[in-house]
Design a protein around this ligand. Structure first.
Ligand code: UDX
Length: 448
């Protein structure tokens, strides 16, 4: 497919920014990626990625080598070279749960300043036009603020549009999610901006939803909140299952075959975590409150998730009576498998609660131990699952890493001081646990 090469600028070399930069470069565009963290940029140039994402390192290496991707450390440089500028900086949570938009504001001011210093016309006498695009997850109405800031602080004589093009990529699957998305959402206010988007995404086969900027901003928050809601819903049903002796796995299967419901995101367990869901659900609740709507449904989604994590600790007490002085082995620390990310990982709340009860914790994770050390420097981090399990009274699985499915449960039983297992993700074969002689618990499958 012939790609009409565009000069694209990406501000922010975080998960979204770096993946977007690499993917656009791979698609054949000329990409400039800027981040003011000079150390980070130096490392990326040496092919050291700031986080683990399958395929990213190779893609960045290749596109840097063939010249389609370059890194800079100032927005001024980027704004001069690129007419299409994506803002992909962080939008962390404020103390009240809202989105902290100060990075987005700073970057917008920087862009405005940078544009002041450039020529107002092309060599052919055409007025310079810039398209500024929100890529980070932002609350609705942010686009209006970006536009106002550019109008107030930017130079006269340059034409520009502000657009929203939210990203839906999942960690661990980010490149595929970018290149083969379920849909591309684009909020634009002009035909000119719309045409540019058609050109930059021409090689991607996916339904494209063109809308106004506010609706595009809403689609992102509404989608992430809905996914969190779906998981909290199945976890709420898991609580009902436990009380009557139903099996949540069968209930979810039976529900999921209904095409209107769908099978994805109906996996019960210890709930959702990660860098996006809590941040986005909380920001959506806060935004709604600010504009006069009490989004109690989403408050419940958040609360169900919080309680679901602690449900594991209740199960531990049901098995061990007192937790004080008991050794507990925790297998899996990351918020989901195939990542070293522990941001808002359920393991954080669960380990904290176990320690509060007086238990001592030994843990193992194939990738995430280093990151967890900043939360719990004093617990024991083991090299393999077996050393974590040695002398433990209970083994708890918190992340469904593939390698845990094939553990030698007979060996585990022998080295533990008591034969207890809690599977917080319902992924271990019950038959294996039974054969090895364990007393075991799942989520939503145990009769209370
Ligand atoms: C999510 C969204 O999926 C993505 O579209 C958005 O851009 C960013 O946030 P990510 O945080 O990478 O992506 O993780 P995801 O794979 O969605 O999982 C989120 C959490 O939900 C994990 O903790 C996972 O274990 C949990 N989960 C997921 C369940 O508990 N049950 C499920 O059925 C699915």
């Amino acid at each position: 497919m012939h790609v009409m090469k565009k000069n694209i600028g990406i501000i922010g070399a975080g998960h979204v920014g770096l993946v977007t930069a690499g993917c656009f470069a791979k698609m054949g565009h000329h990409v400039v990626c800027a981040d003011n963290d000079t150390k980070k940029i130096e490392k990326i140039k040496k092919s050291e990625m700031p986080f683990y994402e399958p395929g990213l390192q190779e893609m960045i290496e290749e596109t840097c080598k063939n010249g389609s991707l370059v890194f800079v450390t100032t927005i001024a440089e980027l704004a001069k070279k690129c007419d299409i500028i994506f803002i992909a900086v962080g939008t962390p949570s404020t103390e009240e749960g809202g989105a902290d938009l100060s990075y987005v504001e700073n970057v917008t001011v920087e862009i405005a300043k940078a544009l002041t210093g450039i020529k107002k016309e092309t060599a052919d006498g055409e007025k310079i036009y810039k398209l500024i695009i929100e890529k980070s997850t932002v609350p609705v109405l942010t686009g209006e603020w970006v536009k106002r800031t550019l109008e107030l602080m930017g130079p006269t004589g340059i034409e520009f549009d502000v657009a929203a093009n939210p990203e839906f990529l999942r960690e661990g699957n980010a490149i595929k999610d970018f290149m083969e998305p379920d849909r591309i959402v684009i909020g634009v206010e002009s035909e000119r901006a719309r045409k540019i988007f058609e050109e930059i995404y021409a090689s991607i086969k996916a339904p494209v939803i063109f809308t106004d900027v506010k609706s595009a901003e809403l689609i992102k928050h509404a989608s992430n909140s809905f996914l969190a809601l779906k998981i909290s819903y199945i976890n709420a049903i898991s609580q009902i299952c436990e009380r009557v002796g139903g099996d949540i796995e069968k209930v979810a299967e039976g529900m999921g075959y209904d095409k209107r419901i769908g099978r994805d995101f109906l996996k019960a367990g210890i709930g959702w975590g990660g860098s996006c869901f809590l941040k986005d659900v909380s920001a959506f609740i806060k935004l709604s409150e600010d504009i006069g709507y009490k989004f109690n449904l989403l408050k419940d989604v958040r609360e169900i998730n919080r309680e679901q994590r602690l449900f594991v600790v209740k199960k531990a007490k049901d098995l061990l009576w007192n937790l004080k002085g008991k050794e507990i082995a925790v297998l899996g620390l990351s918020f989901k498998p195939d990542t070293d990310d522990v941001r808002d990982a359920p393991a954080i709340d669960i380990i904290a609660a176990l320690l509060k009860e007086g238990a001592s914790v030994k843990c193992y994770d194939p990738e995430a131990s280093e990151n967890m050390k900043s939360f719990f420097p004093d617990i024991v981090y083991c090299e393999n699952p077996y050393s974590a399990a040695e002398d433990a009274s209970l083994l708890i699985f918190l992340t469904e890493w593939d390698e845990f499915k094939t553990l030698d449960f007979g060996r585990l039983k022998k080295i533990m001081s008591m034969p207890h297992v809690i599977d917080g993700r319902n992924f271990i074969d019950a038959k294996k646990l039974k054969e090895a002689g364990f007393i075991y618990r799942f989520i939503g499958r145990d009769k209370a």
